[in-house]
Design a protein around this ligand. Structure first.
Ligand code: FAQ
Length: 307
């Protein structure tokens, strides 16, 4: 009882729970679920843009894209390390991902058809990720909150590179402008889905807000993202593919149209355009990397024997 009260006191005071502190089983389970899904998203999220590294239109764009995709790998690793502080096993999490027993973000199941998609992923997908993750810098679990600080700094750079890429294309030929608009049309709605189901259908939000794992609800963050993106789209010169977007002075926010939640759940359940391909690539990369893990384990064992 005392331990539980102390946990609640720390959370209510906006202090951090640390790995050795007592925590309710449900809190630990929810954190492992969310952080593992987040880590998987970063790692699977390398694939859509990775698709364009070999075909980037200039050396500069290629260097930027390589750095960005490597950053996502780094984010995945900090996050897996954060789950390990909760007692999770990284190998086990990877197996669950490959066997479809753990989720990753719906957004990475859409294809990248042109180089404009790289810019739009930076602008909208990293933009949505920042909206969602900046509040997570204040999440109640210390290692997750601290990982988010660095991740958010890198995501801001990613967002700017995407926006700058699109600005450059929008100063180009009509064909390049059309390519940007087409990419915006394809990524806008899936980006709104990244924030998760509407609050009324979000099974985890209520408890996660009480535990201060989540600091805002899915709908609050989605609204923040729409409000942020509308002026950016205007400045860029693209049209967001939603005729219902309009400023609502009474609410002090933009109204927007209905999201296709059937599509969202279909993608989450494994039936999106690229789910099978993403998981197959991840499985193959994991198998191809077996010799590296074996070599690292053999080296660690040898060092231990010598010490
Ligand atoms: N996709 O009750 P809620 C990035 C699931 S990183 C798939 O509302 P919760 C960086 C949810 O897991 C992007 N599944 O869930 C980058 C739950 O199922 P479960 C990832 C989704 O956890 C950029 C069920 O639906 N970011 O982009 C999705 O309270 C560019 C009910 O939902 C994070 O993971 C979805 N979109 O709220 C990388 C941030 N939404 O587990 C490369 C941390 C919901 O009960 C290139 N995570 N589900 O079986 C979070 O903030 C939360 O987990 C939410 C979902 C907000 C995503």
């Amino acid at each position: 009882m005392d331990l539980e009260r102390e946990f609640e006191r720390v959370v209510a005071a906006d202090h951090r729970i640390e790995p050795r502190d007592w925590m309710p089983d449900g809190y630990r389970k929810t954190l492992i679920r969310q952080i593992a899904q987040h880590a998987h998203s970063e790692i699977i999220g390398m694939q859509p843009e990775g698709n364009w590294i070999s075909r980037a239109p200039s050396l500069r764009r290629k260097a930027i894209l390589l750095a960005k995709v490597q950053d996502e790998a780094g984010h995945g690793l900090y996050l897996y390390a954060a789950t390990e502080t909760l007692g999770a096993d990284r190998e086990d999490l990877t197996t669950k991902l490959i066997e479809g027993r753990q989720k990753y973000s719906s957004i990475f199941n859409y294809p990248t058809l042109t180089f404009a998609d790289v810019g739009v992923i930076g602008w909208l997908v990293d933009g949505a990720a920042i909206c969602n993750q900046v509040p997570l810098c204040r999440t109640s679990y210390g290692p997750y909150a601290r990982a988010m600080i660095r991740v958010c700094k890198e995501e801001s750079f990613h967002q700017r590179q995407g926006y700058e890429l699109l600005m450059t294309m929008m100063r180009g030929t009509d064909a390049q402008k059309a390519m940007v608009q087409d990419a915006v049309n394809r990524w806008w709605w899936p980006s709104l889905m990244m924030f998760g189901p509407p609050d009324a259908e979000s099974s985890n939000t209520e408890q996660s807000m009480v535990w201060r794992i989540k600091r805002h609800t899915n709908d609050e963050l989605r609204q923040r993202f729409v409000d942020m993106s509308v002026p950016q789209a205007e400045k860029l010169g693209v049209t967001l593919p939603d005729p219902k977007i309009a400023w609502n002075a009474e609410r002090g926010h933009h109204d927007f149209g209905d999201i296709d939640w059937d599509e969202f759940w279909q993608v989450v359940k494994g039936d999106g355009p690229c789910n099978a391909e993403r998981i197959e690539n991840r499985r193959k990369a994991h198998e191809d990397g077996a010799w590296v893990r074996e070599a690292a384990a053999a080296y660690a064992a040898k060092k231990e024997r010598v010490a």
